[in-house]
Design a protein around this ligand. Structure first.
Ligand code: PLP
Length: 399
């Protein structure tokens, strides 16, 4: 069958594929521990869900303007203004069906044939595909393992060519959990500005920051003079446990946002109205949001500590990135090969087959020597998963 050149390189999302397989095996009755999912295990906070129900009952079920309900755009702009000196304007906010659509809108609007887009690696699996859908060329730039794979301006410099038009950066990072400091972000933003390269900063995990009671630094925390052409992507999915509601947003110069809105108006019109009403509560009721986010943050921090200590106890020779944000543990399995297993993909298949633990092989993120474990699940499941991993690699576990 012939398809258009637009989707020549299109593959289904690798992370969703693993998670779907794990759910299918569980539905067939297998005892599966699914640590492949990219979503918080918490229910959406009640004050947010209640707002949506009340909104539906009050008839808030029709189309909205493509860029979103004006009060929601204003509430998001107010929250963005708290991130630093920058006074964010509601005209710069475009509400989307998840952060994924905000990324698609930005990449499709800004890049095209002949353009190269740098992608800080390891990367979230969707970025290169979105760049290819725009018929531009994704270029992976790996940071140093010793630096949690965070990229530096010198590494960007080596990867850039005359065709480089953009950089996709993700902090806190999926899959590593690494968080860029404000200084590191400042250096990268300055490099982008000097080279007239668009900076797309995906900060969807910003609220899940383990080593501080404040969210992770982002580009709006930088002085305005240090930031060139850029698009911030964020949303409600991870920080408010709202993955299924599909609410994300982009923030950019209002002129760019008009183009992003025009594109969206031709594709999906607007993000689902009841979901926007729910997000309005999430972004407006600051006290309720802070209370619920603090409780979720506390659980994620405890689980982060748990998985790191099990790594040190049970797999002391296995390198991993100590996650400072998000809810993923990224560890290296090429030292654990054997029995005909010679990639993380095969290692993960064996783990799923023999021990019923689903992890995502690093091939999905640009390096198939590593795997990603999601710790957005209960302490009991995490303990059980580590027991099973240790059994497979032949380490005894007591207790
Ligand atoms: N960006 C990153 C780094 C992600 O990990 C994800 C989801 O896993 C997204 C964006 C997409 O978020 P949303 O569910 O809001 O589309």
């Amino acid at each position: 069958m012939r398809f258009s050149a637009n989707i020549e390189k299109l593959q289904p999302s690798a992370t969703i594929a693993v998670s779907t397989l794990a759910k299918k095996l569980a539905a067939e009755g297998r005892d599966i521990l699914n640590l492949s999912a990219g979503e918080p295990d918490f229910d959406t906070p009640v004050f947010i869900a209640d707002a949506a129900v009340e909104g539906i009952q009050a008839g808030r079920t029709r189309y909205t303007p493509p860029a979103g309900i004006p009060e929601l755009r204003a509430a998001i702009a107010a929250r963005l203004s708290e991130r630093g000196e920058h006074q964010a304007s509601a005209e710069g906010v475009v509400v989307t069906a998840g952060a994924k659509q905000a990324l698609f809108n930005a990449i499709f609007t800004l890049f095209g044939p002949g353009d190269e887009v740098l992608i800080a690696a390891p990367y979230w699996t969707t970025y290169p595909t979105l760049v290819e859908l725009a018929r531009a060329r994704p270029v992976e730039v790996f940071g140093d393992e010793a630096n949690g794979f965070k990229v530096t301006a010198a590494q960007l410099d080596r990867a850039a060519t005359g065709a480089t038009r953009g950089l996709v950066l993700n902090t806190p990072c999926n899959p590593t959990g690494a968080v860029y400091t404000l200084d590191e972000l400042g250096e990268i933003a300055a490099w982008c500005k000097d080279h007239d390269v668009w900076l797309l900063s995906d900060e969807i995990y910003r609220d899940i920051h383990h080593d501080s009671s404040s969210p992770a630094p982002g580009i709006l925390s930088l002085p305005e003079s240090g930031l060139g052409p850029s698009v911030l992507v964020d949303g409600a999915s991870k920080g408010f446990a709202m993955t299924g509601w599909r609410i994300g947003f982009s923030y950019a110069d209002p002129e760019i946002s008009k183009k992003l809105t025009a594109l969206q108006s031709q594709i999906t019109s607007n993000a689902a109205t009841p979901s926007q009403v729910a997000a309005l509560a999430a972004f407006s009721d600051v006290a309720a949001a802070a209370r619920d986010q603090a409780a979720m943050g506390e659980a994620f921090r405890r689980r982060r500590d748990l998985v790191c200590s099990r790594m040190r106890e049970l797999l002391p020779d296995v390198p991993f990135v100590e996650p400072a944000g998000a809810f993923y543990l990224y560890f290296r399995v090429d030292g654990l090969h054997g029995d005909g297993v010679d990639s993380a993909t095969e290692w993960c298949s064996k783990l799923l087959r023999e021990q019923g633990v689903a992890l995502v092989p690093g091939g999905a993120f640009g390096d198939d020597a590593w795997v990603r474990l999601s710790f957005a699940t209960s302490d009991e499941i995490l303990e059980d998963a580590f027991r099973r991993i240790a059994t497979m690699v032949g380490v005894g576990v007591t207790g």
